[in-house]
Design a protein around this ligand. Structure first.
Ligand code: TYM
Length: 332
């Protein structure tokens, strides 16, 4: 049965392989299965940390171009930017009035951001309430995300359930999260979680030469070409496995060469340079079509405008319905 799906990504820089493996690939799978998708750019969320207006505007536009380049189809999927749907902020207020502060105190994303040196503003603190409003506004049933976002979906269920209970009305649908099959938090070039704010990302659209250089800079241990290596602890292998899938011949073969370097053709052993070259070729292969599509999309801003206008119209109509029901339940 077709379900209503929603997810978003913050415009805080170029999309990276972590976003692709955790979220975007799920969007494409769910779109192909015939579900109704709402996919947006979380611009209000980015404002909790972003202070450069030009960079914010450019990143919002770039994410939409990239959504389309990856294969999201505006004829089937509603694509919009969050600030074109102001009903979401009204809903966030209604939700904040039933949200205990203890729920925000527990949110790990806030603590993470503070640990990274971001200022402790109220928007950052109540960020999960805005995320709940994004999800509840179009009454999404399923939210495809990476592992780091699961807590936010749990908070959404909690807030929605409280609202329904406290106002004794079935206003909100409680959503479920969805993880990619074999989901893991993808490591970046330094082995930590791949994240825009760590500066350790890999951009699947990067120009070939620079992309290869980036991949060659992934941190590994210093084992030589003749030594057996552990694929499980190596970022290069983990990225290959996430992109190709654990059962794919390329993954299985690579793991075997890590463990037994003599399997590498040529008989000269297997080093991390070989593994990195395999990853580079895999990225070019997986993203061949998106890379080709992207240039044409970049040259057609009118098309992007039209996509966003159509997406926002649908998202606003759905959000307005939910807000009207929520207002009515409260007595407003
Ligand atoms: P954001 O912008 O940090 O990340 C977007 C999506 O990419 C996933 N992701 C990863 N998955 C695996 N490995 C990684 N290294 C990795 N890095 C990022 C994230 O899990 C996410 O699915 N708060 C959200 C944006 C948001 C949202 C929403 C999402 C706002 N409203 C409503 C879903 C529903 C965020 O900051 O994601």
């Amino acid at each position: 049965m077709s379900k209503r799906i929603l997810s978003g990504i913050q415009p805080s820089g170029q999309l990276h392989l972590g976003n692709y493996c955790g979220a975007i690939r799920q969007f494409l799978d769910l779109q192909a299965e015939g579900h109704e998708l709402f996919v947006f750019v979380a611009s209000y969320h980015a404002l909790t940390t972003q202070r450069d207006p030009l960079a914010l505007r450019a990143a919002c536009r770039q994410i939409v171009v990239d959504y389309l380049a990856f294969g999201l189809d505006p004829a089937r999927t509603h694509i919009y930017v969050q600030h074109d749907v102001p009903e979401v902020t009204e809903l966030a207020w209604l939700l904040s009035c039933v949200c205990p502060t203890s729920l925000m105190d527990k949110a790990v994303s806030y603590k993470d951001k503070l640990a990274k040196g971001f200022s402790a503003n109220v928007g950052l603190y109540t960020y999960p309430i805005l995320q709940a409003a994004d999800i509840l506004a179009p009454r999404a049933q399923v939210v495809p995300v990476g592992k780091d976002q699961v807590q936010h979906i749990e908070i959404t269920r909690d807030i929605a359930g409280r609202f329904n209970h406290e106002f004794n009305a079935e206003v909100f649908v409680l959503p479920d999260h969805r993880l990619a099959p074999h989901a893991e938090v993808l490591p970046g070039i330094d082995g930590e979680k791949m994240s825009k704010s760590y500066g350790n990302t890999i951009d699947p659209f990067q120009e070939e030469k620079a992309l290869r250089k980036r991949i060659m800079s992934i941190k590994t241990d210093s084992k030589g070409v003749q030594e057996a290596k552990d694929p499980e602890t190596c970022a290069v292998f983990r990225i290959v496995r996430a992109l190709a899938g654990p059962g794919d011949a390329r993954t299985v073969e690579l793991a075997a060469r890590y463990r037994d370097p003599s399997l590498q053709p040529g008989g000269l052993g297997f080093g991390y340079g070989h593994a990195k070259q395999a990853l580079f070729e895999l990225i070019l292969d997986v993203f061949r079509e998106p890379r080709a599509r992207r240039a044409a999309l970049m040259a057609d801003p009118g098309h992007i405008e039209a996509v966003l206008k159509a997406g926002a119209a649908v998202a606003r109509a759905e959000a307005a319905r939910t807000v009207a029901a929520a207002r009515a339940a409260t007595g407003l």
